[in-house]
Design a protein around this ligand. Structure first.
Ligand code: NDP
Length: 267
């Protein structure tokens, strides 16, 4: 199985690479901006690992990645669109500039990568795409509107893509993580309090969900599974959900959207 994972330099992407490396015959392609991280991981995993350092928001990145995969393997069985980021702030404070940069990495980048790799995925069918969205793509919280907008959009696009690619033998799975402590999303406020620590999951649990949504797998997985109740509550009890999120719940949960490493380094 040839599997490409974006955002493999940390968090959920790194855990997914480690998990996929244990699959028999797995040959990985790791993509992110921090090349040294990818090379260190590739060295640790051993075997046939292709490292591609790329900023996925660069215009030329998808074509360069597709050419490298075509040249090295001539096929692709699994594409995991995991790279993503979020920057906190109310719309009144951070405005459309924040919306634009968030949509660029969380929606445009995976869509452009799928566009470039779809011919190879179809030619390799049965194959799969797994898009890592978020429970925030079902329920929006104060302070993370741009992030939620990008993940709502990613989910809508993935749902359509699932139906469109089925006849071509490309399974499209969706994974919606809940709160997961990673570099980009440390969830510090939740982890620091005994009352909320239980809500925070691990990248390894999400990696298992990504496998579940991979080739021949599920159309959608929440990780951990109980987070689907939050999505359900938003649909069946919208008023109550808004009241909870607009009060103390919103204040706590609204602090959880992180920034990417470059942004954190700049602060
Ligand atoms: P991390 O910040 O730990 O990982 C994000 C990854 O994306 C990094 O490997 C980063 O690599 C890569 N990345 C970011 N921007 C770019 C870019 N422009 N080009 C290429 N790669 C990029 O966060 P997580 O592991 O937590 O996040 C992974 C996914 O899971 C994201 O899509 C996130 O939205 C989603 N998610 C996370 C949740 C959480 O609570 N942690 C909850 C719900 C969803 P590098 O900096 O080297 O480029």
């Amino acid at each position: 199985m040839i599997a490409l994972i974006t955002g493999a330099s940390s968090g959920i992407g790194e855990a997914t690479a480690r998990r996929l490396a244990r699959e028999p015959g797995a040959q990985l392609v790791l993509v992110a901006r921090r090349e040294e991280r990818l090379r260190a991981l590739a060295g640790e995993l051993g075997g046939d690992v292709l490292v591609i350092a790329a900023d996925l928001t660069d215009e030329a990145a998808p074509a360069r990645i597709a050419a490298a995969v075509q040249e090295r393997h001539g096929r692709l069985d699994l594409l995991v669109n995991n790279a993503g980021a979020g920057w906190r702030g109310t719309f009144g404070d951070v405005g459309t500039a924040n919306l634009r940069r968030t949509m660029e990495i969380n929606l445009d980048a995976p869509a452009r990568l799928v566009e470039a790799l779809l011919p190879l995925l179809r030619a390799s069918a049965p194959s799969a795409i797994v898009n890592v969205a978020s429970t925030a793509g079902r329920v929006a919280r104060p302070g993370s509107g741009a992030y939620s907008a990008s993940k709502f959009a990613l989910i809508g696009w993935s749902d359509a893509l699932h139906l469109e690619e089925k006849p071509h033998g490309v399974h499209v799975g969706l994974v919606n993580p809940g709160f997961v402590a990673t570099e980009g999303f440390p969830q510090a406020e939740l982890v620091d309090s005994f009352a909320t620590r239980w809500m925070v999951s691990t990248p390894e649990k999400v990696a298992e969900a990504i496998l579940d949504a991979g080739p021949g797998g599920k159309a959608e997985r929440y990780a951990p599974r109980p987070y689907r109740l939050a999505a359900l509550a938003r649909v069946v009890m919208p008023g109550l959900t808004r009241r909870v999120l607009g009060s103390g719940g919103g204040a706590v949960l609204g602090t959880s959207t992180g920034a990417d490493a470059a942004d954190r380094a700049a602060r």
